[in-house]
Design a protein around this ligand. Structure first.
Ligand code: FPP
Length: 239
C-alpha cells in the first residue's frame, strides 16, 4: 500500500458530538483529544512522516472566553501528558500559526516541547495553533517585502519555491491528503497555499468518533485516486 507522506486534518464536530450526547461542548473537545491520541499513534505506526492537525484557528479567538480558555487548558494538559509518547515514538513536535497570541505560559510550554523533541525524526506532528492561512500568507509577504527592501533578496528571484520558505510550513512537504470530519465541506482558512494539489476527503462522522477504520478506508481510497498535478495521466497518453 502506498503510504502518503503528509496527512493534514481539520478536526471538526466536537461541539455537535457533545450536543448529540447531551454533554457540554467542553466534553466534546475532551473526547476530541482522545481521538488525537488514537490518530497520532496510528499514523506513527503506519510510518506517516508528517501529520498536521488544525487545533485552533485564528478565528477561534472569537469563541466565548470560557471555551477559548477550556481549549487552551486542554492543549496545556495534552502537551504535558503526551511528551513521553512523542519521545517513545521518535515524534518531533512542531507548531504553525501566530504563537504571539497564545498566553505566555502556554507559548513557553509549546516552545519547550518543540525543543525537547527536536532530535526526533520518524514523524513530525504539527499543531496549527492560532493559525489562519491568510494570516500566514500575509506574514510571509511582509517578511518578503522586508527582505527585499533590505536588499537580502531580489524580487525578480521570487518564485513558488522561495515563497514557500517564508511560510510557517517551511521544510515540510505539501499534504498528500486533507481530511475534514463532521460532514462540512469547506477548507476554513487551513493551509490554502499548501493544498493546491492535495486530495480532499470529507468524512461525515464527528471528530470524537473518527476511528482507525475511517482512516483506513481513506487510505484505501487514496490508493485509487489518480494524482496528475495538472498533467495528463500515463494511461491517457502512455509514453
Ligand atoms: C472543532 O469542533 C474543533 C476545534 C475548534 C478544536 C479542535 C480541538 C481539539 C480536538 C482538542 C485540542 C487539540 C489538541 C491537539 C490537544 P467544533 O467545536 O467547531 O465543533 P462544532 O462545529 O460541532 O461546534
Amino acid at each position: 500500500m502506498e503510504i502518503p507522506e503528509h496527512i493534514a486534518i481539520i478536526m471538526d464536530g466536537n461541539g455537535r458530538w457533545a450536543r448529540q450526547n447531551g454533554l457540554p461542548r467542553f466534553a466534546g473537545h475532551q473526547e476530541g483529544v482522545n481521538t488525537v491520541r488514537r490518530i497520532v499513534r496510528e499514523c506513527s505506526r503506519l510510518q506517516i512522516r508528517y501529520l498536521t492537525l488544525y487545533a485552533f484557528s485564528s478565528e477561534n479567538w472569537h469563541r466565548p472566553e470560557q471555551e477559548v480558555q477550556a481549549l487552551m487548558s486542554l492543549l496545556d494538559t495534552y502537551l504535558a501528558s503526551e511528551i513521553s509518547l512523542l519521545q517513545q515514538n521518535d515524534i518531533r513536535l512542531n507548531v504553525i500559526g501566530d504563537l504571539t497570541r497564545l498566553p505566555t505560559h502556554l507559548r513557553e510550554k509549546v516552545e519547550d516541547k518543540v525543543r525537547q523533541t527536536r532530535g526526533n525524526s520518524s514523524m513530525t506532528l504539527t499543531l496549527a495553533l492560532s493559525y489562519g492561512a491568510r494570516d500566514e500568507m500575509l506574514r510571509a509577504v511582509r517578511s518578503v517585502c522586508t527582505d527585499a527592501v533590505a536588499g537580502v533578496i531580489d524580487p525578480a528571484d521570487l518564485d513558488e519555491r522561495m515563497f514557500s520558505t517564508y511560510l510557517d510550513t517551511v521544510a515540510m512537504p505539501d499534504p498528500d491528503i486533507l481530511i475534514r470530519t463532521s460532514g462540512e465541506q469547506r477548507i476554513s482558512n487551513f493551509l490554502l497555499w499548501q493544498i493546491a494539489y492535495t486530495e480532499l476527503f470529507f468524512c461525515p462522522c464527528f471528530w470524537p468518533e473518527f476511528g482507525l477504520d475511517h482512516l483506513d478506508s481513506i487510505l484505501k481510497e487514496y490508493q485509487n485516486r489518480c494524482r496528475r498535478f495538472g498533467r495528463v495521466s500515463n494511461e491517457t497518453f502512455p509514453q
